[in-house]
Design a protein around this ligand. Structure first.
Ligand SMILES: [Zn+2]
Length: 243
């Protein structure tokens, strides 16, 4: 029996899109695998070669941008709605990040970037001073963390978002408070008179002790309501309340 010599398999790329390989004949290994055998070896291959597949996918993504974005958004919403799948996704993500960081070329690129960035920072005295201040704050926080005077979460929580509640200039309110405190004798007496809680008490003391600043409109409103002698509109113009 004559055994046929096994020829290397080839295939002609069938991609017709722009920038294709010219429908070249290529070794089968240059085509992405479509189906695998149970043992993990390739069974069928795609009809577009790998570079043409990239072109095809890029064109498809470009054409269907909105649709794909919606799919992704829906998918994320579904995963996040279930704590189990959400946790699993976060774990997967962390694992990927860890693997990525471990790659030597990534580590080298990151080290180089840090080096260059530090040079840029040092070249700008203002930036440098700001950065040193940041380091001092970080060092102080870490020291506090070590002594246990702040809970471990405080450093991980990141920057506190700025309040978005409407605020007004504190000055008219301060003048009002000063007059009231003079009448009552002491701050404590006035606060006791109004029967306010300690949050409101703290706000009143802060406003009285500062010389400028802004105060939350709803807080002013609440305190004036407890006081009952003056309307909000008497202290602030319509424009300022609306702003
Ligand atoms: Zn091709």
């Amino acid at each position: 029996m004559r055994t046929k010599e096994r020829q290397p398999r080839t295939r002609r790329c069938s991609f017709q899109g722009e920038g294709n390989c010219g429908n070249a004949v290529k070794p089968i290994e240059e085509f992405p695998v479509r189906v695998y055998n149970p043992d993990g070896t390739p069974k069928y291959y795609q009809t577009y070669c790998a570079p043409c597949t990239k072109l095809y996918q890029a064109a498809y993504r470009k054409k269907n941008k909105e649709k794909l974005a919606k799919y992704h958004k829906d998918y994320l919403a579904e995963v996040r709605s279930n704590p189990v799948t959400h946790e699993a996704m976060k774990k997967r993500h962390r694992e990927l990040q860890r693997k990525r960081r471990k790659r030597p070329e990534v580590q080298e690129a990151e080290r180089k970037y840090r080096h260059e960035q530090w040079k840029r920072i040092k070249a700008d005295p203002e930036w440098h001073a700001r950065r040193l201040e940041t380091y001092r704050i970080g060092a102080k926080l870490r020291a506090e963390l070590r002594t246990g005077s702040i809970p471990p979460n405080a450093t991980l929580r990141g920057p506190v978002p700025l309040p978005t509640a409407p605020r007004v200039d504190a000055e008219p309110f301060r003048q009002f408070l000063r007059a009231k405190v003079d009448e009552a004798g002491t701050v404590a007496a006035y606060i006791a008179e109004l029967g306010l809680d300690e949050n409101r008490e703290r706000t009143i003391r802060r406003v009285l002790n500062e010389n400028k600043g802004r105060v939350q409109l709803s807080v002013v409103e609440d305190i004036l309501h407890s006081d009952g002698s003056v309307f909000l509109e008497d202290l602030y113009g319509e424009q300022e309340i609306a702003a």
